[in-house]
Design a protein around this ligand. Sequence first.
Ligand SMILES: Cc1cc2nc3c(=O)[nH]c(=O)nc-3n(C[C@H](O)[C@H](O)[C@H](O)COP(=O)(O)OP(=O)(O)OC[C@H]3O[C@@H](n4cnc5c(N)ncnc54)[C@H](O)[C@@H]3O)c2cc1C
Length: 573
Amino acid sequence: MTSVPTAAHERQRLADGQADPPLTMFGPDFPYAYDDFLAHPAGLGSVPPTQHGTEVAVIGGGLSGVISAYELMKMGLRPVVYEADRIGGRLRTVTFDDCATEGGAPLTAEMGAMRFPPSSTALRHYIDLVGLETRPFPNPLAPATPSTVVDLKGESHYARTLDDLPEVYREVMRAWNTCLEEGAHFSDMQRAIRERDVTAIRRIWSRLVERLDNQTFYGFLCDSPAFGSFRHREIFGQVGFGTGGWDTDFPNSILEILRVVYTGADDDHRAIVGGSRQLPLRLWDRAPGKAVHWPHGTSLATLHVGGEPRSAVTRLRRTADGRIAVTDTTGEERAYRAAVFTAQSWMLLSKIECDEALLPVDHWTAVERTHYMASSKLFVPVDRPFWLDVDEATGRQKMSMTLTDRMTRGTYLLDEGPNAPATICLSYTWCDDSLKWLPLEAGERLEVMLRSLSQIYPEVDVRQHIIGDPVTVSWENEPYFMGAFKANLPGHYRYQRRLFTHFMQDRLPDEQRGLFLAGDDISWTAGWAEGAVQTALNAVWGVMRHFGGATDAANPGPGDVFDSVAPVELPED
Ligand SMILES: Cc1cc2nc3c(=O)[nH]c(=O)nc-3n(C[C@H](O)[C@H](O)[C@H](O)COP(=O)(O)OP(=O)(O)OC[C@H]3O[C@@H](n4cnc5c(N)ncnc54)[C@H](O)[C@@H]3O)c2cc1C
């Protein structure tokens, strides 16, 4: 549960000859050091005192919205947050009633994000800021995972490390490593990211973007001689490495996958003790030590009536005097000189009536083309971590973290101490696998999952350990979400570039300025909270600039250095 040192600190250690610099989510598309920006004592910038107290709308109270609001408040602006559902968004931790952990805290389940790579260093800044602890997440074959079972085509293998699996699994891992090396300069890129060598990152990545924007993940595998065998591709799709099976990602752009593996986002995951939703909740209640303009003790909660965000936004339009008018479900319309929009962008096409003139037409195309991954999860509380019991006949633990080609796909065992209640994520699925669960109620899902697991563990009666009702989610079925997270398809690079760079508004006509897009949809690494943080910081920079503010010369922001690290541009014709 130790705190991860900052990237700048680690790089200094390297300069002193002490260690390899850490892998961080630095690029490859926009290699800007958000972690160093956050850690710098000069802060993120300031707005002229005449602007202090000016209201800015922040639409969406997920991580991106709360961080945007928190940083704007620190600059002396007055964020007005609108949230349709609950603070935290896709950092959605739910509690099981009447089930407590050993320390007496309620037992929780992570319906959205549940595992965070140490390479998420901007996210880490906020986790440390609010004093949250992390611990290893039990991914397949991870050191913290007591055991893993891989069950494919009716055959189960029990393993503590990769070496315990049959040789074909190691062949698959070697094929993946070779494929990345030969097709995507993997080691060179990782070295460049570790060393924050912007020139090298841009040289490698610009060629790959040109060559691979049209390519699917599956096509990339098929093109590699290392993956010449269908069997190897099939096993890789079912089992993958790091987080589990990847075949539901096969139709997506290979660029999406490369971003994840280059930056170590698939590795060494940690869970937030007590649940990830505490992060936005604590930021909401936190009074910053150094805030301009606001009296000591001011927090986002104290700036909002009743300590709560305003309700769901239903309309966005430009007023005659050039402001952005925001209407919410109470019917009240309020006008702002700037607004940050952090909800999933399809909301602008569906639940929100939005003036088309607020965004350039090419950005509307990008919004329309957004592709979302469906995702379902189901958790149950159990009396204790019974899976650690050892079967005397086999010497193996009774049950393990399980990867399978059955309906459940991934089963995660979440331990809270030897004698305390625990949770099982019976199934975590994406895309087509998630849609199969969609018509089923929680109880029906549970029955299918228990049946599936009983085929793998005929001797184990999971049901007798369950001590409460299951909780489930299908993100594609949630009223204020279109799916779990965006995943670009082949040919989407240009769309993503438009959305990500939208915070650079100097070149836009006046009537298209003032609305700033941020959040998971706008990020290069959707599905990773780090991208929600990074795009929030872009929007904060954009708003600051919009109000005539600037950063300290010693700590340039993402917009100040934009031209030197701007994402590769592909021709539009
Ligand atoms: C199943 C799943 C698994 C994930 N796993 C991981 C993981 O392991 N690690 C990781 O780092 N990341 C993971 N993520 C991604 C991570 O959760 C997101 O990147 C991050 O939480 C996104 O934050 P956000 O603020 O951009 O968006 P959101 O959290 O979606 O916030 C947007 C908010 O806007 C609100 N909203 C919508 N419409 C309106 C409206 N009309 N008016 C006002 N408000 C509105 C929504 O209610 C929501 O609260 C996962 C996500 C999901 C869904």
